[in-house]
Design a binder for this molecule. Structure first.
Ligand SMILES: C[S@@+](CC[C@H](N)C(=O)[O-])C[C@H]1O[C@@H](n2cnc3c(N)ncnc32)[C@H](O)[C@@H]1O
Length: 282
């Protein structure tokens, strides 16, 4: 690096190797600390992740669980709002979004499709009209309970509800023809790991369809709605999809906004994007 270059911003989420380097110990010694001491850490999928801030707080104050808390708080939030989530959604994004996303890439008759972060089954209900079987996955039992009730009311019996983490999907390799995820990614600690999981569970030739918020600056969404990411840049999403192995990647703006209000009464409309890619045949 020359004297005129701007230094890279420090990463907050660290891998095992990076956390070991921060403590200037080998990964073996760091793993020993992890087993024997209360190091703030969590597993994301199959890999350890650490927050630089949480590690430094832990060293300074003795004990910090900041990193694990991010996801626990998100889970608690969705458990709390599950009974009223459909009402909240009506003011936020309506039926048009579901139709735009599913109708852009409708599942073929006889296909196996997954809806990740299904919530109350918003996409799953529409997908079930096309696919042979929909597997709807969510981290929150409370959201899945509402989804189950509504699917039952709608007489849709081809949707299987599965509790699970998008970072470590409870789905077999090469089992799905299409994988959808609407407004899930910005709640994840590591969207790139979830995208690798989407790739793993797709059959060769299968398609991923992700819809989410475009990058924005509404910081309060982290505190008030437990968002982890302030939306995404098209380039970032494209890079994650290509790094996972997807081909024919397309990322485009959706003619749709996600509307949300903060406690101070300010309403914002966040533009959305649609991203897709194909798992190449070997
Ligand atoms: C904003 S809601 C979107 C729900 C639904 N896709 C929709 O369009 O209405 C996000 C959902 O993702 C779920 N979620 C958050 N983190 C998750 C994770 N790591 N794995 C699976 N689901 C997760 C939440 O429980 C919640 O139901």
């Amino acid at each position: 690096m020359t004297g005129t270059e701007t230094p890279e911003p420090m990463k907050d989420v660290l891998t095992l190797e990076e956390a070991s380097q921060l403590f200037q110990v080998s990964t073996k010694t760091f793993l020993k600390m992890l087993r024997e001491e209360n190091v703030p850490a969590r597993k994301v999928g199959r890999e350890w992740r650490f927050s630089r801030t949480a590690l430094l707080n832990w060293v300074a104050q003795g004990n910090s669980r900041d990193y694990a808390a991010v996801e626990d708080e998100g889970k608690a939030y969705f458990s709390k709002v599950a009974p009223v989530y459909d009402e909240m959604r009506k003011g936020s994004y309506d039926g048009a979004l579901r139709e735009m996303v599913v109708d852009a890439f409708p599942p073929a008759p006889g296909s196996q499709v997954a809806d990740l972060g299904t919530g109350t089954g918003y996409l799953a209900k529409h997908l079930a009209r096309f696919a042979e079987k929909v597997t709807a996955v969510d981290l929150s039992t409370a959201m899945l309970e509402v989804a189950g009730y509504e699917l039952n009311q709608a007489g849709l019996d081809n949707v299987a509800l599965l509790e699970g983490d998008a970072h470590d999907l409870p789905l077999a390799d090469a089992s799905q023809d299409q994988v959808f995820a609407n407004l899930l990614l910005h709640h994840l600690l590591e969207p790139s790991l979830a995208i690798k999981e989407m790739f793993r569970v797709l059959k060769p030739g299968g398609r991923v369809v992700i819809s989410d918020a475009q990058a924005h600056h509404h910081q309060w969404l982290k505190q008030e709605k437990f968002d982890v990411w302030l939306g995404f840049d098209a380039a970032e999403i494209r890079q994650w999809l290509e790094a996972a192995g997807f081909g024919e990647v397309q990322v485009s703006a959706l003619n749709c906004h996600c509307r949300t209000a903060n406690k101070a009464g300010q309403t914002v409309e966040i533009p959305m994007f649609l991203a897709t890619g194909i798992k190449p045949a070997p």
